[in-house]
Design a protein around this ligand. Structure first.
Ligand code: FAD
Length: 387
């Protein structure tokens, strides 16, 4: 077995969470190996919208997400990580949703986070892609950004290799983890050994390789999300992330609004949208394609297979029908569909487990990983290394 040099930190999992733990450790001057089981990351981190939206988070995660925005923007100045700086807008479709965005605007004012209320004609002139019949008002967050998730994490890794001294090991599945007096040791399925003073495992929704019982006995669950990508919309540029009425009725930031509870109580108890957790978000990728989604189906970590391997066309058809009531695209032809899976805790905002203060398992960041990971990883690296 080839023995590799000892690192200050070994990170397992090159999704967004593992990648930014590696980034902050390197910035602090530590030697880091980042280890990924696939040829290139291809889990939740590459399957999402790439929306960086602290506006949708609760007060705690909004602060973390705002720090992530700064980190992404700093990185974009150094290397093209696919960042588009065009903000996010929440489009309200009825009086209740207008009330909620007005309340959120007030909360953001108190928190010192810029947001601008727009009336319907202001929204329609900024985003002509909106259906006039749907759009009643909007709340715009100018500081927010989007990334192209197909390339963003790979570019951050490439930057760290070229400029920060990262050692990166793709196609390397860690199947054994040992904590001893001198630190941690990882072994891969192809007999490679890694040694580090500390280790961090950011395994996303992959529970079978390491510590399966820990995950199966935890309150971690997984969510499966259906996504759609249209063909390129020639000549049409849709600026920023567009989030719509059902998102206003779903995202954590709105749960802190005074009228949220009453609005939810007035909703029908049963509907297709509720059963499959559908809300409609849109982001246009740099290649002109438009990403639409999403839905949510849940299973416990130990029962992940219950989510199945198939796409349910009734969910895709419903999302498309909903999207057509909101947007006026030139071409609704769907080029690609896929699903992504993320993990989250039922009772906490992230899963963390520590072994001897040397090995740290961090996953279950839920639907906020693209927004929360850079800021969270910075805090976590400071804590782990007592910086
Ligand atoms: C469809 C969809 C849309 C979303 N939209 C957004 C959005 O717009 N904005 C937002 O903020 N969040 C969004 N999210 C959430 C976000 O994508 C996730 O929170 C985030 O990607 C989770 O990152 P992660 O690094 O924890 O996990 P993952 O991306 O799952 O990465 C974990 C990595 O660890 C590797 N790994 C696991 N075990 C091992 C092992 N033993 N050895 C080596 N490698 C290993 C895996 O191969 C994988 O690459 C969305 C999620 C989905 C699914």
């Amino acid at each position: 077995m080839a023995e590799l040099s000892k690192y200050d930190l070994l990170v397992v999992g090159a999704g967004i969470l593992g990648t930014f733990h590696a980034y902050h450790a390197l910035r602090a001057g530590f030697s880091v190996a980042l280890i990924e089981q696939n040829q290139a990351p291809q889990s939740a981190t590459t399957r999402n919208f790439g929306q960086v939206v602290p506006s949708g988070m609760n007060a705690k995660w909004q602060k973390i997400g705002r720090r992530s925005l700064e980190i992404y923007k700093e990185l974009q100045n150094e290397a093209d990580i696919s960042l588009q700086p065009h903000g996010s807008v929440y489009i309200a479709s009825d009086a209740e949703e207008v009330g909620l965005i007005e309340e959120l605007a007030l909360q953001n004012k108190e928190a010192g986070y810029s947001s601008v209320l727009l009336n319907s004609s202001e929204c329609l002139s900024r985003w002509p892609v909106l259906q006039p019949s749907y759009c009643k008002a909007g709340l715009f967050f100018p500081e927010e950004v989007s990334l192209d998730p197909r390339v963003a994490v790979g570019r951050v890794i490439a930057y760290m290799r070229a400029h920060m001294g990262l050692d990166y090991f793709p196609s390397c599945r860690i199947i054994q983890s040992l904590v001893n007096e001198s630190g941690v040791e990882f072994r891969s399925s192809d007999q490679r050994a890694f040694s580090g003073a500390r280790g961090i495992i950011c395994n996303g929704s992959e529970f079978q390789n390491l510590y399966p019982d820990l995950f199966y006995q935890s309150d971690l669950e997984v969510s499966k999300l259906h996504m759609l990508r249209t063909v390129p919309q020639d000549g049409l540029r849709i600026k920023g992330n567009i989030l719509t009425g059902r998102t206003i009725r779903r995202y954590e930031s709105f749960t802190e609004c005074p009228s949220f509870k009453a609005v939810k109580e007035r909703e029908p108890q049963e509907s297709f949208a509720k059963e499959y957790g559908v809300h409609i978000l849109l982001t246009q990728a740099p290649d002109g394609t438009v990403v639409l989604g999403d839905s949510h189906e849940y299973a416990d970590a130990g029962n992940k297979d219950a989510l199945g391997f198939e796409m349910d066309q009734s969910i895709n058809a419903f999302m498309l029908q909903e999207a057509k009531a909101i947007f006026r695209l030139q071409n609704w032809k769907i080029q690609k569909t896929w699903f992504g899976i993320y993990s989250q805790c039922k009772t906490k905002d992230i899963f963390q487990h520590h072994i001897d203060d040397k090995l740290h398992i961090v996953t279950g960041i839920g639907g906020k990983g693209m927004t929360g990971s850079p800021g969270f990883a910075e805090l976590n690296i400071r804590r782990i290394f007592s910086l």
